[in-house]
Design a protein around this ligand. Structure first.
Ligand SMILES: [Zn+2]
Length: 298
């Protein structure tokens, strides 16, 4: 209803200006120089039914990850497939054949970051949408970053609920565990969440908890000075069509089905309230339609 009303209003010049004002106010606190970079950690090829219930045939999907440049520190959202599979596909066991990941040397996260002149040590916060192999693969390359995740997700990663172990590879995140005899579990700085977080306190990078695809999935809202609001979904939403038509993935890809529909509704609300652009980790069409690093959104 709200969306239809907005569409009608946009036909009127005065209302269009009012809408632009709303978008500007939403990003008023975003600091100058803030930028969003879009990357893909290679690609996967899988049965489309995995990510959209009822679909048929194979689909080739990107593996999106993102860097936000912010004056108070660079943020990496998700970190792709473990680069180890480039030389050792057996690291992924049966997932290597099942997902057919692109394994050329140029997809390595170091090589990708070089496109924008960054090294892994330039990342201050590594925010994880969830801990699956195609999102948390390279945590080990960021030993100096503060890792930001939901407490439910790291528990699920180390010991998943029955039926939901498939995409968690313990070697991807085992280095986060402190040595024997330590009272605290974490070996490097972490921010362990049980909810949402305004990362810099200025509204420009906002983490939203969404118990959906996994027990501790989280999405990222990026409010840019010129572009306005962008929502990065990780796998809380797989495809634009899933979002628009309320289609869930197959049962193995949705830990909490009603929570995933809540996540869709939350994203649609961000579209309505702030005119948010949405970038999914795995939607090939949406991904192609966006600028890739070294290009950026300001
Ligand atoms: Zn994924």
């Amino acid at each position: 209803m709200i969306r239809r009303a907005r569409t009608l209003l946009l036909g009127v010049a005065a209302s269009a200006l009012a809408w632009a004002g709303l978008a500007a106010s939403a990003s008023a606190a975003s600091p100058d120089g803030m930028k969003l970079y879009v990357f893909s950690s290679g690609a996967l090829t899988l049965d489309k039914s995995v990510i959209q219930n009822g679909a048929s045939g194979k689909t080739k999907i990107p593996v999106g990850f993102f860097i936000i440049k912010h004056p108070k520190g660079n943020v990496l959202f998700d970190c792709g497939n473990n680069d180890r599979i480039i030389t050792d596909p057996n690291y992924w066991g049966p997932l290597a054949a099942g997902l057919d990941p692109v394994r050329t040397p140029d997809v390595a996260i170091d090589a990708q970051m070089q496109k924008i002149g960054m090294k892994p040590d330039d990342i201050k916060y590594l925010v994880l949408g969830h801990f699956h192999a195609d999102h948390a693969g390279n945590i080990g390359k960021f030993p100096h970053a503060t890792v930001v995740y939901q407490r439910d997700e790291i528990k699920s990663a180390f010991w998943p609920a029955p039926g939901f172990a498939t995409f968690y590879i313990t070697g991807d995140f085992a280095m986060l565990r402190a040595g024997i005899g330590k009272g605290m579990a974490n070996a490097q700085p972490v921010i362990e969440l049980e909810g949402d977080l305004d990362l810099f306190g200025d509204g420009s990078v906002f983490i939203h908890r969404a118990v959906s695809h996994t027990p501790g999935s989280e999405m990222l809202v990026v409010r840019l000075p010129k572009t306005g609001t962008v929502v990065l979904t990780s796998d809380a939403v797989y495809l634009k069509e899933n979002l628009d038509k309320n289609i869930l993935p197959s049962i193995g890809s949705v830990y909490n089905p009603s929570g995933m529909l809540d996540a869709y509704a939350w994203v649609r609300r961000m579209q309505d309230l702030e005119g948010a652009d949405v970038i999914f980790a795995h939607d090939p069409d949406t991904f192609k339609a966006h600028k890739q690093a070294p290009d950026s959104y300001e």
